[in-house]
Design a protein around this ligand. Structure first.
Ligand code: TXA
Ligand code: MG
Length: 320
């Protein structure tokens, strides 16, 4: 159900959830200070209570309302990448709801870059908790239609058009002058390292695993298989009828014609272009009710890390 900005604001002020556009994916938003509203997010998504939510804020000045420590390093990263597809995990102020942060000592914060949602944040004065607006483990939504397909027609959606970045934000935790990369995104590790002036600390076992760290995540309903080489994908398609295919990072669209399948999407060859269209392509292939979705992965290179991360999770259920 589409709503306008004024309706969205009223609903949020009344403790309801509203799907909102961001530059990454659509989020299912609620007033971050209203615990009953936060519980509605978990219930609507069927998301386990141990998976914390990102708080969306209008600007860098609101960080101090949530974070106990805003170190020089964290500030430098926020200035460099906000508004944008970048989330900072910082030590939380004690008052920050435990429902929001799932009892973690930290809180995740992001200033999104979508003009409509920035206007909503500014005019309402609310901070908005928002995970991606899809059911737990399913494909993330990058259009209002994706949201309605996943969560139903009754969900109020503020339609801001298709998301321009297309995959979820990069998540970085900062503790003093150290940083760790919790989730790959289109702001790359190299970009962050350049601003931080030092490499990420490695993730250790005892770090609470966060972002989509469940291996089965971002998944189509159709069984999904991943391939590093086109020849292997082609062989599989020849042996198994009714496959759909997604070819990534291939400039040669002649490959397209060779796939033994009527259903094939070839995405363009740069990481940014692929990210923008990735979830929509997966939604469309999933709707075909093919026997399998075969995905030709982009090269195992840093520029493709976020896209390989999402695809590896999409394909995990069917990994050998
Ligand atoms: O681009 C995005 O980040 C989108 C848009 C809507 O902003 N949001 C998004 O939210 O992807 P979600 O909930 O699907 O993924 C956020 C991830 C979760 O996997 C959660 O575990 C992690 O962020 N997270 C949230 N709070 C955290 C915290 N305090 N410490 C570590 N991880 C946290
Ligand atoms: Mg999600």
């Amino acid at each position: 159900m589409q709503v306008n900005l004024a309706d969205a604001m009223t609903l949020l002020n009344n403790g309801e959830v509203v799907a909102i556009p961001t530059e990454t994916v659509y989020g299912l938003a609620a007033d971050a200070s209203n615990e009953a509203a936060l519980l509605k997010i978990y219930a609507t998504k069927q998301r386990p209570a141990n998976n914390p939510l990102i708080v969306h804020i209008a600007n860098i000045h609101q960080v101090s309302g949530y974070a106990d420590e805003f170190s020089a390093l964290a500030k430098k990263l926020a200035i460099a990448f906000w508004p944008g597809p970048f989330t900072l995990v910082l030590k939380a102020k004690p008052h920050v709801s435990n429902i929001l942060r799932a009892n973690a000592p930290t809180v995740a914060l992001r200033v999104p870059a979508h003009p409509l949602t920035l206007q909503l944040l500014k005019e309402s004065g609310l901070a908005l908790a928002a995970p991606s607006a899809n059911r737990y483990t399913q494909l993330s939504p990058t259009t209002a239609a994706h949201v309605e397909n996943s969560l139903g027609k009754d969900i109020p959606v503020l339609d801001g058009g298709p998301c321009q970045v297309g995959i979820e934000s990069t998540i970085v935790s900062v503790d003093g002058d150290q940083w760790q990369l919790l989730r790959h995104g289109m702001i790359t590790e190299a970009q962050i390292e350049a601003i931080a002036g030092k490499p990420a600390q490695p993730l250790t076992q005892d770090i609470p695993k966060a972002p989509g760290q469940h291996l089965l995540h971002y998944s189509p309903r159709t069984p999904t298989r991943l391939f590093e080489a086109f020849a292997d994908l082609q062989k599989y398609a020849q042996l198994h009828p009714h496959c759909a295919a997604l070819l990534i990072g291939q400039s040669n669209t002649a490959l397209h014609a060779q796939v033994h399948s009527a259903h094939c999407i070839a995405l363009p060859s740069t990481p940014a272009q692929v990210a923008e269209h990735l979830y929509d392509a997966l939604h469309r292939l999933d709707d075909l009710q093919a026997s399998a979705i075969l995905i030709l992965l982009p090269p195992d290179q840093p520029a493709w890390a976020a896209i390989r991360d999402r695809l590896t999770r999409a394909g995990y259920q069917d990994a050998p």
